[in-house]
Design a protein. Structure first.
Length: 478
């Protein structure tokens, strides 16, 4: 095994030790970030007069070449390489001899990997935010088509009050916008460069951590070298955000699955975003929604598992932290797969507005409108609630809906139920009364949709101010 730590040992690691220690199977995806940090470090070594101008030029040229070869798949680990750092140093030494070994001065794998991982995470946050905003935009576009399309609003999965389908889709969009805000908030804390912290004590060499931070797109360098190499809060926090994205996707998926069922038949999914059955030729299954719902479990598992890894560590670098990468990579890969698929599914689904509207008044969902009408007519809500409950009981015993009750029966239930109450005993009438900000009335929903479009535009402005990603997302289960 090619190791960076062998000088103190008379013998190499055992086969079992080498197999357990080896990480190139997963950490090579950090190579472009490690090489970018190495270029910045080479400039700092030159500034400290530890590299002359010719050495700096030769080193940076080969580092850039290595980056191109890594991204093109022309350079990779050998069986004996322990980790990404060993692989890249081998590449430097093969091309530059002794000069390739000079780059190790003033840094450790501890601050290297902490830096690489932050750079990787910041790239993935850019990509994840981009995909989330596309999903929000698609939800807003569907909501715009259905600002006045009635549907049953449900609590406890029971009919509660009529709302519009546009209002429902806008609600899901708000959840994903909170995820965008969490990612932006995450970036404030992740915007710290650990490079220059060494193994844990900093460096006696005249390095310039602030210059390295600026070269790598960070606004500050770490304020404490022990914390810099130990800190994986940014990984745990990003895993939490990915799990929240997954939960919001799962909630949307669950509703899509219900809406597409034969019992609901409120939507139909496009053929391109559905699958069939190997035995039942009539089936059209919402597999994308089911897969999204299922994958949320692994996202939640990643954050809980990694928090368990962190909880017992002494505060410095420990090899346990090698366990940060695989859950992080898988979480990012999972969302890179799921988000576009869910976005396409939402964009192409068709809505059965008639079926949805027919269901909107069922289950006495207009009862709250009656109670509110009584309140507006001067009845205390406590009494209005009781009167409306008696009206619902009468309708249930008579086998009729609220809008089918006669004037005489209204008065039999309560003298306060004048015939004018019929103004709210229709779904359009009920929706029209909901005009306050955030409500389900068509005017209020149209305003919500407008704000969604404005928010997407504003957040894309945030994205435009970020450096372009060093690598494109390439989901892999390797």
């Amino acid at each position: 095994m090619t190791a960076l730590w062998g000088g103190r040992f008379d013998d190499g690691p055992s086969e079992a030790m080498a197999a357990l220690s080896k990480s190139t199977d997963f950490d090579m995806r950090l190579a472009p970030y490690d090489l970018e940090a190495s270029i910045a470090h080479a400039h700092v070594l030159h500034g400290a007069k530890l590299l002359d101008a010719d050495e700096l030029e030769r080193l940076t040229l080969v580092l850039r070449q290595l980056r191109e070869e890594v991204l093109a798949g022309r350079f990779g680990p050998q069986p004996g390489d322990e980790d990404v750092h060993a692989t890249l140093e081998r590449g430097l030494v093969e091309r530059l001899g002794e000069l390739g070994g000079k780059l190790r001065a003033g840094r450790s794998r501890n601050d290297q990997i902490a830096t690489d991982l932050r750079l990787y995470c910041r790239d993935r946050v850019t990509g994840l935010t981009t995909k989330l905003l596309i999903l929000v935009e698609v939800l807003a576009q569907q909501a715009e088509r259905h600002v006045a399309s009635p549907m049953p609003g449900m609590t406890h999965l029971q009919h509660a009050q009529p709302i519009t389908f546009g209002h429902k889709l806008a609600a899901h969009a708000q959840a994903f916008l909170r995820d965008v805000s969490r990612l932006q908030d995450w970036d404030v804390r992740a915007d710290v460069s650990p490079l220059g912290s060494g193994a844990l004590a900093g460096s006696s060499l005249p390095l310039d951590p602030e210059a390295v931070a600026a070269d790598l797109g960070f606004t500050q360098c770490a304020q404490n070298s022990v914390d810099a190499v130990a800190d994986r809060d940014f990984v745990a926090e990003l895993l939490f955000v990915t799990s929240m994205v997954g939960i919001h996707l799962s909630q949307l998926a669950e509703e899509v699955i219900l809406w597409a069922s034969q019992e609901f038949s409120w939507i139909e999914l496009d053929d391109a975003y559905s699958t069939g059955s190997s035995i039942m030729p009539q089936k059209k299954n919402p597999d994308i929604a089911e897969l999204a719902r299922g994958k949320t479990g692994r996202l939640i598992g990643h954050v809980s598992g990694f928090l368990a890894t962190l909880k017992g560590l002494p505060h410095a670098y420990n090899r346990d932290l090698q366990e940060d990468k695989e859950p992080l990579f898988d979480a990012c890969d999972t969302l890179a797969l799921v988000l576009p698929a869910m976005t396409g599914m939402v964009a192409t689904m068709t809505v059965n507005t008639e079926r949805m509207a027919d269901a909107a008044p069922k289950g006495y969902s207009l009862a709250t409108e009656v109670a509110d009408w009584l309140v507006r007519d001067g009845v205390p809500f406590k009494d209005a609630h009781e009167i409306t409950g008696r009206l619902v009981m009468h309708c249930a015993q008579s086998g009729i809906e609220l809008d089918e009750v006669s004037d005489a029966d209204l008065l039999n239930v309560s003298g306060k139920l004048r015939p004018e109450v019929r103004d709210v005993l229709s779904v359009p009438g009920a929706l029209e009364t909901r005009k306050t900000s955030g409500s389900t009335g068509p005017t209020a929903v149209a305003a919500q949709v407008k704000m969604l479009h404005e928010r997407v535009s504003r957040e894309r402005g945030w994205l435009a101010g970020r450096p372009p990603p060093l690598t494109h997302e390439a989901p892999s289960r390797a």
